[in-house]
Design a protein around this ligand. Structure first.
Ligand code: 26Q
Length: 748
């Protein structure tokens, strides 16, 4: 990349009479032309990362920073009378739901920055994750037409590389759109758009179309096969151009990573091509697949484990169904020789007339990994116990990580500048260097506290502008931002806030330091209970914020349309990060890592990566509470939430607000939330131990509240978190994948 030439190109851009959109396109295109002209060495071995989600966020500032021209570009255009910051309104590319999609984006960033060849494959949805706003406290969803206003100048349509994907009833053209990922290497994110008949084009229309009907399920299967087959088709074809049919060499040049099971059809397609088109024997093809594929699991929730009806797959993909059935028999033959009946049943690819996509992935993968230590242990002991017993060498942990470029250098310039001044630039290439910043040093603490105050002020301004709510300036900012799900227990936080509210009204908390609770979350369109929890929290916000008796000490705000860009504001401006999932349910969490990197303390349970965060800071810098994963089963055996509340009248007071008319509940949604706590619904009463953990949660919140009064002590805890976050960089995670799974021997 020729930086001087890029600067000249930027200087040459004439702003007069141009709209923001025109300038956005022109500036982006100038950068793209430089990126595209940079020569690349052909790699020895490439990682293909298959993911149904890529939550890239805004690319403009990230790419200008990566190219090393962000500051200068801002100056150049300021001189021309144009403020680049207006591009903060550019739509995020929200082609994902949450953690899994954002992880894929962080991994692309790290691989490029470390010089590892990695290409992402996914779907170019016309509409990303819905845009959310609140009406009377309820979530309203609007289609996310992300291309409409700002277009997509960071991608290049590659019609010359399109490929047909064949279903029984239609043939669909997969047209690649390539987004360069700029770093030490320039890697590519290749997203396929479906083209052809109107029916064909539906395939890449929506992210996660509802799959509660047969048509919905068929569309999901089509989506999954569509991008998997397009990617595998191209990779195999390109391989044969160079190596002929010598597929034994395929694993020398290619390694595939399945980001959860959504691309498991890639396995079937790979076997189909090798056997049908290139005439390898099935056994030979399976052998090559086993040396090529790897699988990362991201969830143990039973409802999120994909199983597809054999009949459904047969309907639109008969050959694929046939291959998977054959693979099932092949695996069974292999196992029958030495494994028990129970084990083979558990590991079986076809179970009860359905394909278990996870079992396909585990069988065919050379390596299977979980995303935090506790999660990997759960995979070994529970979810994949039989496979672990019989092929333990496959299983390993790679704890997630997040990119320090977007989640520190870009979103917290002030903190990055402070590190530069203290350490020089070396920390930018190795976050372990941050440990040299001493957390007991008074100057460091002062500098850090001043930065945190700036970031809180910026956040308050942003929220005021977006939501029209003025945050209390001298309060503890406590945030819970993540998808809305019962296991993440936003409901428990809501009940805790009500408890604090009543105590404050009763004059029971005289020394209470003002606290602001910030929520951000989207609920899946069909997830009624999650939507009711959003309404409940908005009701509480209205009650608390409108009450003159308490609103100088307690405040609640639920921001609308939480996403990557909002996260970039909330995370640096937060004092306390809430990570309160029921132990054993959050595979890892990655928000927790972003908060840590920005110097927020964690208030959480011993779940997912929280455990490792506490370890990394040697205990006392974070706040842990709640039932442990080893205790849960025993607790549940004797747990009756009705009885529990009967003995805990203060808790009863807060749960009663769900039914006693405190809040308007015409549609009975809050009543249903109440039922989820006390009755058998689709889960056992209080399945996620919201009430059980509530008393300890409150104690811990009050402990934080007290500790915060000692400003220096609290800043020390926060800074210690920030300076010990190297382990949670995606650079560390990618190095582990490269070494232990992908076997990439790149000298860099
Ligand atoms: C599966 C079947 C049918 C319908 C939907 C799905 C489905 C869709 C999305 C299943 C799972 C997902 C997404 C999962 C996800 O985002 N998991 C998160 O992954 C993060 C990265 O590893 C972890 O940090 C989080 O703990 C985990 O929840």
């Amino acid at each position: 990349m020729n930086r001087d030439r890029l600067i000249e190109k930027l200087k040459a851009i004439d702003v007069t009479g141009k709209t923001e959109q025109e300038l956005y396109t022109e500036i982006s295109k100038a950068c793209m032309s430089e990126i595209m002209e940079t020569p690349q060495k052909a790699p020895a071995k490439t990682v293909s990362y298959f993911s149904v989600e890529f939550l890239m966020g805004r690319m403009f500032f990230n790419n200008l920073m990566a190219l090393g021209v962000l500051d200068e570009a801002k100056e150049i255009f300021e001189e021309k009378g144009f403020d680049l910051n207006c591009f903060e309104d550019v739509e995020d590319a929200a082609l994902g739901n949450g953690g899994l999609g954002r992880l894929a984006a962080c991994y692309l960033d790290s691989a490029a920055n470390l010089g590892y060849p990695m290409c992402g494959y996914g779907i170019r949805y016309q509409y990303g994750l819905f845009k959310q706003r609140f009406e009377d406290g309820c979530q309203i969803e609007e289609a996310d037409d992300w291309l409409k206003i700002w277009g997509d100048p960071w991608s290049v349509r590659r019609a010359d590389e399109k490929i047909d994907v064949v279903f029984k009833d239609m043939t669909v053209t997969a047209v690649p759109y390539d987004m360069p990922i700029y770093g030490k290497r320039i890697n590519t994110l290749r997203l396929f758009q479906a083209e052809g008949s109107p029916e064909a084009e539906k395939i890449s229309e929506y992210l996660y179309p509802a799959d509660d009907t047969e048509d919905g399920k068929l569309l999901r299967i089509r989506q999954e096969y569509f991008f998997s087959a397009a990617a595998v088709g191209q990779l195999v074809k390109n391989f044969t151009k160079k190596n002929g049919k010598n597929f034994d060499r395929f694993p020398e040049f290619h390694v595939f990573q399945l980001n959860d099971t959504h691309a498991v059809f890639a396995v079937a397609e790979f076997l189909r091509l090798l056997t049908k088109e290139y005439k390898l024997t099935f056994v030979h093809a399976v052998d090559i697949a086993k040396k090529t594929f790897n699988y990362t699991n991201h969830t143990i929730l039973p409802e999120a484990l994909e199983c597809w009806d054999v009949k459904l797959v047969e309907k639109i993909l008969p050959e694929v169904a046939h291959i998977l059935t054959r693979l099932h028999l092949h695996a069974k033959r292999e196992w029958d020789m030495s494994y028990s009946v129970e084990d083979t049943t558990e590991m079986s690819i076809v179970r009860g007339g359905r394909f278990s996509m996870a079992n396909v992935a585990v069988y065919v993968s050379g390596r299977v990994n979980g995303v935090a230590e506790i999660h990997t242990e759960i995979l070994k002991k529970r979810l994949f116990a039989a496979a672990y017993k019989n092929a333990s060498y496959k299983f390993l942990n790679v704890t997630n990580g997040v990119t320090p470029r977007r989640w520190l250098m870009l979103c917290n310039r002030e903190l990055a500048d402070f590190y530069d001044e203290s350490l020089g630039l070396k920390w930018r290439f190795d976050l372990n260097e941050l440990r040299e910043i001493h957390c007991t040093n008074e100057n460091n603490l002062k500098a850090f506290a001043a930065i945190k105050a700036i970031k809180k002020r910026q956040l308050a301004e942003y929220i005021e502008q977006k939501e029209g709510v003025k945050l209390l300036p001298d309060a503890i900012y406590v945030s819970q931002v993540k998808r809305l799900h019962e296991y993440k227990r936003q409901l428990m936080t809501a009940l805790a806030i009500l408890y604090l509210y009543f105590d404050l009204k009763d004059g029971k908390l005289p020394d209470f330091t003002p606290m602001v609770f910030i929520f951000g979350a989207k609920a899946a369109g069909g997830y009624k209970r999650a939507k009711a929890i959003i309404k409940f929290i908005n009701d509480i916000a209205e009650l608390v914020n409108g009450d003159e008796e308490v609103n100088a000490r307690l405040q609640v705000v639920f921001v609308q349309n939480y996403g990557v860009s909002y996260a970039e504001k909330i995370i640096p401006g937060t004092d306390v990060s809430l990570q309160v999932s029921t132990a054993g349910f959050e595979a890892s969490g990655t928000g927790n890592m972003k908060f840590m990197m920005n110097g927020a303390v964690t208030l959480g349970t011993l779940d997912g990566a929280n455990i490792e965060i506490v370890e990394a800071t040697r205990g006392w810098h974070n706040y842990i509470f709640g039932a442990k994963v080893t205790e849960i089963e025993k607790i549940k055996a004797n747990y009756d939430p009705c009885e529990f509340v009967a003995q805990n009248l203060k808790i009863k007071r807060v749960t009663d607000t769900l039914t006693d008319g405190t809040f308007e509940d015409e549609g009975g949604e809050l009543k249903e939330v109440y039922a989820s706590l006390f009755e058998q619904t689709y889960n056992s009463p209080d399945h996620y131990l919201v009430l059980y953990d509530l008393p300890q949660y409150l104690e811990t919140l009050l402990m934080v509240n007290r500790d915060y009064q000692d400003k220096e002590l609290f800043a020390r805890k926060q800074l210690a978190n920030a300076t010990h976050s190297a382990r949670f960089s995606s650079d560390r995670a990618i190095e582990e994948y490269a070494e232990k799974i992908w076997k990439l021997n790149i000298s860099h």
